[in-house]
Design a protein around this ligand. Structure first.
Ligand code: PLP
Length: 395
């Protein structure tokens, strides 16, 4: 008998990976699968970024780098942060990690332990809750509501803080809803947080450039009164279509920086060197491919929302960011997960059931529009035909 620690049994999953595996298996078996389940851009990493990694390998960058990342990359992140937020950060507060997830892990294990409480968005990225459970801390969901345009509510968040609250996790633009929290609401939250100086904040801003309809991303970095307890998560995965490169960054307050550096030394030593050089090229190079990708997402968003609202029993508010729509399917008579699974098995359209993002996700499904307009239209047609046939009969 092997005795593993219970924390591993409490750890959750990201069901998007299970759906991807099932969709791939169905496709290999000959089914025509349209994948609207996966949260990664359907674009290739821009060529100049790939070339920078190849050059780094040819130039002999094969060894360890500093655990915090190479200085020119941290300087590039600081320049990019100034350009996108107007806020100066020191390269000494920038940490380079293998993807966005490791920042989540670092922040949650730094504050989570039995007896502690951590607030996180629900529906939200499933790894927040999973990692909170792993640490033994109590996960406290902050409901994210359709009637608020899937923005978080400052009042509702503040009301959930107790003397045991250690960390508050925020995410805007948000996965899985596409919600963007307006600046006024964030200002109210920050004002309220002044009453709770012992609560740390992790703001997941990985979709920061992916906003639309004139909605501007508001970074938590823009509030100096919380900088000494704020961790900002960001990375290359979404903006530059680099999910497989495993490249992320985060900005840390001085008093926490050495802890995350030590975690890196213990866990992964450093991010692979050629990817770090590619990361500099991504930030400093031309952004026209990024702009093209954003324009494509914007066109598809309109197609998706229009199409979804024509389906029987389905309604969908217009997402203001990221590349997800989160339609309300409660009037179809189906439970959301059952619907997502039936759609994959019977029509070959892969989507994720809302409950995979938390209890407040019941009644919704997540549709990622990281797929061609043509495929999105085909998928909507298949979903429509399925619902016409089945609505009401499988609740
Ligand atoms: N944060 C959010 C909100 C995400 O949606 C994702 C990925 O889907 C991540 C973080 C993780 O990104 P990465 O693939 O860089 O670890």
């Amino acid at each position: 008998m092997l005795h593993t620690v219970a924390a591993f049994d409490r750890m959750g999953e990201e069901n998007a990976f299970a759906v991807l595996a099932r969709a791939t298996a169905l496709a290999q078996g000959g089914k025509d699968v349209i994948n609207l389940g996966i949260g990664q851009p359907d674009f290739k990493t821009p060529g100049h970024i790939v070339e920078a990694a190849i050059k780094a390998l040819r130039d002999g960058h094969h060894g360890y780098t500093p655990a915090t990342g190479i200085l020119p990359l941290r300087e590039a992140v600081a320049r990019r942060t100034l350009a996108t937020t107007g806020i100066e950060v020191s390269p000494e507060s920038v940490m380079i990690l293998p993807g966005g997830k490791p920042t989540m892990y670092a922040a949650i294990v730094m504050f989570g332990e039995p007896g502690a409480e951590i607030l996180y968005p629900d529906p939200g990225f499933p790894i927040y809750r999973s990692m909170i459970e792993f640490t033994g801390a109590k996960p406290v969901p902050v409901p994210i509501r359709e009637e608020n345009g899937f923005a978080f509510s400052a009042d509702e968040t503040l009301a959930l803080i107790t003397p045991r609250t250690r960390l508050l996790i925020l995410n805007s633009p948000a996965n899985p809803t596409g919600g963007v929290t307006p600046r006024a609401e964030i200002e109210r939250l920050v004002k309220g947080l002044e009453r709770f100086p012992d609560v740390a904040i992790m703001s997941d801003e990985i979709y920061d450039v992916m906003t639309c309809d004139g909605e501007k991303h508001c970074s938590l970095l823009q509030f100096p009164q919380i900088r000494d307890r704020l961790i900002v998560l960001n990375g290359w995965s979404k903006t530059w279509a680099m999910t497989g490169w495993r490249m992320g960054w985060s900005i840390w307050p001085d008093r926490l920086y050495d802890k995350v550096r030590k975690l890196a030394v213990n866990c992964w030593s450093c991010v692979n060197a050629p990817s770090q050089y590619a990361g500099i090229a991504a930030i400093d190079g031309p952004q026209d491919e990024v702009d093209k990708m954003m324009a494509a997402f914007d066109r598809r968003r309109k197609v998706v929302v229009e199409g979804l609202n024509e389906l029987p029993g389905v309604s969908c508010i217009t997402p203001k960011g990221a590349f997800y729509a989160f339609p309300n399917v409660s009037k179809t008579g189906w439970k959301a997960k059952k619907l997502a699974s039936a759609l994959l098995e019977e029509t070959g359209v892969a989507l994720i059931g809302g409950p995979d993002f938390g209890v407040h996700g019941e009644g919704y499904i997540r549709l990622s529009y990281a797929n061609s307009e043509e495929n999105i239209l085909r998928a909507l047609e298949r979903i429509g035909a399925f619902l016409e046939r089945k609505t009401g009969s499988n609740a």
